[in-house]
Design a protein around this ligand. Structure first.
Ligand code: NAD
Length: 344
């Protein structure tokens, strides 16, 4: 029995220690396994589109879910302008609680954990959808998420080469330098067209608060798998609509993706396949070698729940947390005010 009034807290420092202790590729492979097993029991979760609060410059979101035993939520923002001010586009923290008592059992940073779970989710989707012999991935957008994506595809899908493009060459330089020594062949490209040459997988992971066209229809050949990460808000997309019309589209949770994903550009009844059904075998993934498969990723609460569950399990044997005095614990549960008085 955990001391429920003392909540284990994973700081950024401890998250970095935990990830470096286990190894980033192993962590992402492990989180992918947790997501896969949670997607297999999809129907046992409480599900709702995330609760978004939009402003002119960004979005702040709450992402809750529960499997009946544990309840989790993440607070996350998306502010594409932030990097110009020395701040990150995406930051997050999250909490896991016991449903039986409602008491929290974990509070953790989730900025790093979100990058890990997003990359794990992308690679898991590609494991089911990408051409089997895919070794080369193009990555358009080389910001905070990019290295995690590259390493997850190496660890989970066997990708050996990543071809980078970003409108900001400094981002590409940073990404290439960080991935030197990773065992991946890294090629910095001057145009998106050059990046997608020979690529069987195309990852788009750009940040811009608008309907951007990172890929146009003529850039996408038969048989590729597109991992579209960056279009994840109303009015924020990355792909030309014609690409969507040629693709088999796979999504996390349709009620959320219809609002936030690339498919916001399509009719509300345009057919899409839910990824969890591909994972359970209830739906077909890639249909043939020439089909374009598109994972229209927006990020769903169950993926964060899986990541929180993974960290909670790891803390059973690893020392990377601090005790947080977060829940008031009066000797007599009804004497909360008395506890305050006695503290005088
Ligand atoms: P970031 O700001 O660190 O990096 C984004 C990069 O995209 C920058 O280097 C920028 O120069 C580049 N870029 C912008 N427009 C471009 C264009 N037209 N062509 C090429 N490059 C371009 O952001 P990040 O933290 O890496 O996040 C990237 C995106 O992923 C964001 O939109 C974020 O909201 C999204 N995201 C999605 C999920 C998910 O689960 N789907 C999770 C996390 C983040």
């Amino acid at each position: 029995m955990e001391h429920l009034n003392i909540v284990p807290f994973v700081s950024v420092d401890n998250m970095m220690k935990l990830v470096l202790h286990i190894g980033p590729e192993q962590v992402m492979a492990d989180i992918a396994t947790y997501i896969e097993s949670d997607f297999r029991r999809w129907e046992s979760f409480d599900k709702t589109p995330r609760v978004a609060s939009h402003s002119k410059v960004g979005v702040i979101e709450l992402m809750p879910t529960s499997d009946g035993e544990m309840y989790g939520f993440k607070y996350v923002n998306g502010h594409p302008k932030n990097t110009k001010e020395g701040l990150q586009t995406v930051t997050a923290f999250g909490l896991l609680a016991e449903v039986d008592t409602g008491y929290p059992i974990l509070l953790t940073e989730m900025t790093i954990l979100t990058a890990l779970r997003t990359a794990a989710m992308s690679a898991l989707a590609a494991k089911y959808l990408a051409p089997k012999d895919a070794k080369v991935m193009a990555m358009i957008g080389n910001g905070a998420q990019s290295e995690f994506q590259a390493l997850a595809f190496k660890a989970i899908c066997g990708v050996t080469e990543v071809r980078l493009f970003d409108i900001d060459p400094a981002a590409t330089g940073k990404c290439a330098a960080n991935l030197a020594g990773s065992g991946l062949k890294i090629t910095a490209c001057k145009t998106p067209e050059e990046a997608i040459e020979t690529a069987a997988i195309i990852t788009t992971v750009t940040a811009d608060k608008q309907n951007a066209t990172i890929l146009t229809d003529n850039m996408v050949g038969a048989g590729v798998h597109i991992n579209a990460i960056g279009g994840d808000c109303p009015g924020k997309t990355e792909l030309h609509r014609d690409i969507l019309l040629r693709s088999g589209i796979f999504v996390e949770y349709p009620p959320q993706t219809r609002i936030e994903g690339e498919i916001q550009q399509l009719d509300p009844d345009h057919p899409v396949t839910e990824l969890w059904q591909v994972i359970t075998g209830a739906a077909t993934g890639r249909q043939n070698a020439r089909q374009i498969t598109l994972f229209d990723s927006v990020g769903f609460a169950i993926e964060d729940f899986s990541a929180l569950r993974y960290i909670h399990d790891k803390l059973k044997t690893l020392p990377f947390s601090d005790p947080l005095d977060m829940i008031a614990d009066p000797d007599d549960p009804r004497d909360l005010y008395g506890m305050l008085l006695r503290a005088k």
